[in-house]
Write a protein that binds this ligand. Structure first.
Ligand code: NCD
Length: 361
């Protein structure tokens, strides 16, 4: 996807400016459709803004900077975290959320085009997040939208906000161990063919230096060749293997994925691949380094025939999956604040909270 084709987005050169207000102008009003839009400077900006959102997400203080604004939330595929955390992020900034879920509950079921739906709904919202099973659908929708559109996942193509929260998590987890994204070793495990979170993450990792990648999947579910060749041309070392026990050795990060059964021609076809790779306490302790961080975009498939990430790791302090989901809120708050150009106002609209706040973090 051509980074230059979006409204006001990361064109090389603009982002060489380190000045925050110059960067804010680039985010303002932009669609977020692909992680190809970002370079390292824009990612650092998102992460800095996300860090500043932490006390609001923790309910230590509140802000009403988006009071009156409306998020149109359109999820035409199942979603728990992405849908709810986009909504919560908008609420935490003071805005309101209008949800459309399921195609059968919308006029698309009556034959309405993305063009008409986008023209209509962008009249009712200040910003829209959309998920849909067809690759490229969110981009098509954005072309007719009158307000910024964020890609909440389009088929097996991309999942930009997930990749940003994953990278933010990786950075935080590694920095606690004195390590960086540059020079890390990550093992990506499972359905690398259809997993859009992995696809977006691989594109982002190309921006970093000397990343070692172990790609652990059945051959039929391997990462598409175009991703592998562009990772290799970014100078990273790639090892493809079907051997989980050897593949995880020496990794700083394990990133597990669910078999994306909804993308297979039939359920029977998908079922063939479930349960091939299962990370559990005994494999982790025998084959991984002591502090290897365990990640998964979730949902993990906890059904007996799948169970790619076992519950017996739930108490392992290196299991970062729920820190990942928490990080999704601050990353999405940062995206809203940047796109709607209120970053500098968030703290000005801050107040204390009056209710009992449980310690979540
Ligand atoms: C992922 C997705 O929808 O692509 N989930 C998510 O958004 N956290 C991964 C998946 O469904 O397996």
């Amino acid at each position: 996807m051509d980074a230059g084709s979006f409204n006001g987005i990361t064109k090389q050169g603009h982002l060489e400016q380190s000045n925050l207000s110059a960067l804010l102008m680039i985010f303002t009003g932009s669609h977020i459709l692909s992680v190809s839009q970002f370079d390292r400077a824009s990612i650092d900006t998102i992460f800095d803004v996300a860090d500043n959102m932490q006390p609001y997400a923790n309910r230590q203080k509140m802000t009403r900077v988006l009071e009156g604004a409306i998020l149109g939330s359109m999820f035409f595929e199942p979603s728990t975290r992405t849908r709810v955390s986009f909504g919560s992020a908008f609420n935490l900034l003071g805005g309101e959320v209008r949800e459309t879920t399921e195609i059968k509950a919308s006029a698309i079921a009556k034959g309405e085009s993305f063009y008409d739906t986008a023209r209509v709904l962008s009249g009712y919202s200040d910003i829209i997040v959309m998920r849909h099973a067809i690759e490229g659908s969110v981009q098509e929708f954005s072309e007719a939208s009158r307000v910024p559109v964020l890609n909440g996942g389009d088929g097996s193509n991309e999942h930009p906000s997930q990749a940003l929260l994953d990278l933010y998590t990786i950075r935080k987890e590694l920095s606690a161990q004195g390590k960086t994204i540059d020079n890390m070793h990550i093992a990506l495990i499972g359905d690398l063919r259809y997993g859009r979170a992995v696809h977006s993450l691989c594109k982002l990792l190309k921006l970093y230096n000397n990343v070692q990648m172990s790609l652990i999947s059945p051959p039929e579910l391997s990462l598409p060749e175009s991703y592998i060749s562009s990772i290799e041309s970014a100078g990273h070392a790639v090892l493809e293997t079907e051997d989980l026990q050897n593949g995880v050795k020496g990794a700083d990060i394990l990133y597990l994925t669910r078999i994306q059964e909804e993308r297979f021609p039939s359920q029977g076809e998908a079922d063939k691949y479930k349960g091939i790779f299962r990370l559990n306490h005994s494999i982790y302790t025998e084959f991984c380094e002591p502090n290897t961080v365990i990640m998964h975009p979730l949902p993990r498939d906890s059904r007996g025939n799948a169970n790619e990430l076992d519950n017996d790791l739930n108490e392992n302090p290196n299991l970062a999956i729920f820190r990942q989901t928490d990080n999704g809120v601050v990353i999405r708050m940062a995206l809203f604040a940047l796109i709607l150009d209120v970053v500098d106002l968030v703290d000005k609209y801050a107040r204390g909270v009056n209710w009992y706040t449980a310690k979540r973090f």
